[in-house]
Design a protein around this ligand. Structure first.
Ligand SMILES: Nc1ncnc2c1ncn2[C@@H]1O[C@H](COP(=O)(O)OP(=O)(O)O)[C@@H](O)[C@H]1O
Ligand SMILES: Nc1ncnc2c1ncn2[C@@H]1O[C@H](COP(=O)(O)OP(=O)(O)O)[C@@H](O)[C@H]1O
Ligand SMILES: [Zn+2]
Lengths: 248, 248
């Protein structure tokens, strides 16, 4: 690729692109993205993170990133560094006063620039935090990156799994393969006595995976520390099982 | 009021209107609405429930309601019965194939009919499950029912409290008073050893209430049974403290 520009969309690119998706907001998709990225980096991988979730601004906050990336004269965008992760938040390129309904179409059109004009460097993985559902940006990611693999995040509730099913269908239409389904907030383990409870029910993730011809590759517990709304910038790395699977 | 038509919007109406609101979806607003309605009915009140949350279809499902209300020749709408609750789901009046983005404006215009042309009868309370946030329908409810009181539902996370703050501001502009803030999923109590954990952090609800000049009137625990995605139709009544407060 041209000096400084990435080649992630080229068929011969060695970069493994992983789109982290969900049917609806609040299931912990951004949390999973950030933790998986940190886990992969901990295993020695060079990892880029493209925060394409323009409705939730959690990735920069979780990674303690403030301010904007540097854009060089020729339009090349330098990712921001967070403990070795190379991060671009698409939301930071749209003014806060831009009406929410415009952002989808605007950023979907600009998607190529975020994929091509960012100096991702010699990353081995590019993790993309997709917006929830099947809107403009999610659809464009799906069409633009047919070789990317999808990690679908859901919670145990049937309602969450139902909307996630539509995302699985969208992926199928572009020929994208699912890495699998991650069931977040699957259970809670009492810190005192170890008793486990499935607070949000069960079965939704299994059903979703089954109908998408895939499988549940991880069940993450409800973790009090994961909800601390801080910009400490140090994600809790709990995604070891996920990273092993993601390397397939 | 005209025979069959309600007079809930009239200044001399004896009906206590309570709008159950939230900043974003998934915090348990519909669950709180349904449980509070059941609690009030259990205390001998006659209660109407207007499900105005046209993006979430949980109220009919939680109450085991299928099918549509009867509309009489003169345009009078008969509420459906669920264990004594008189229920109208606005979503059931819009075809499932109606694009989601049209529903808000369409139903916001039709709001008067749902308030006036429904034969609510001699109810003492009308609980309105508002859509989350400050969109068309939420705004119309706010403008059309200045004497209604607001029950704001949130979870402990700062992000949820932040968006709920905007709803509090919208209420303030129309002169609506807040009953208070309900913090849902505030803690989890281990069924074995009784150990309590604030899984989703804490402080968000307090902060929200404080800046809205109100108070946290209830903290509800994470309840495994509340997540069973069933249409059993029998809400778990856990809202006794809420109903006492709502009677103020
Ligand atoms: N396993 C978990 N346990 C406790 N809280 C969690 C967990 N996963 C996510 N959260 C919290 O839930 C909220 C939503 O998570 P987020 O990753 O922003 O969801 P999404 O990207 O799907 O909208 C955040 O406050 C986050 O810290
Ligand atoms: N206290 C609680 N404990 C466990 N699950 C809950 C609780 N409150 C709500 N839920 C579940 O969370 C999901 C969202 O609740 P809902 O009332 O539909 O939220 P909203 O109306 O705010 O979108 C539902 O599956 C519901 O059963
Ligand atoms: Zn215990």
């Amino acid at each position: 690729p041209e000096a400084g520009r990435s080649g992630v969309t080229r068929p011969d690119s060695p970069v493994r692109v992983l789109i982290v998706a969900s049917g609806k907001g609040g299931v912990g998709k951004s949390t999973v993205t950030v933790n998986l990225a940190a886990a992969l980096a901990g295993l020695g991988q060079r990892v880029g993170v493209l925060d394409a979730d323009i409705y939730g601004f959690s990735v920069p906050r979780m990674l303690g990133l403030h301010g904007n990336p540097t854009v060089l004269g020729e339009g090349i965008i330098l990712p921001m560094d967070s403990s070795g992760l190379r991060v671009i938040s698409m939301g930071s390129f749209v003014g806060e006063d831009t009406p929410v309904i415009w952002r989808g179409p605007m950023l979907a059109k600009a998607l190529d620039q975020f994929l091509e004009d960012v100096a991702w460097g010699d990353i081995g993985y590019l993790l993309i935090d997709s917006p929830p559902g099947t809107g403009d940006v999610a659809l464009s990611l799906s069409q633009r990156l047919p070789r990317a693999r999808i990690l679908l995040v859901t919670t145990p509730q049937a309602a969450a799994a139902r909307v996630a099913g539509r995302v699985a269908q969208m992926a199928e239409r572009t020929g994208q393969r699912l890495v699998g389904v991650v069931e977040n907030m699957a259970f809670y383990e009492c810190p005192d006595c170890g008793h486990r409870t499935e607070i949000f029910g069960q079965g939704g993730a299994e059903e979703l995976a089954r109908s998408a011809g895939s499988e549940v590759i991880g069940r993450l517990p409800l973790e009090p520390q994961l909800s601390v709304d801080s910009d400490a910038g140090t994600p809790i790395v709990r995604a070891q099982p996920l990273s092993r699977t993601a390397k397939h």
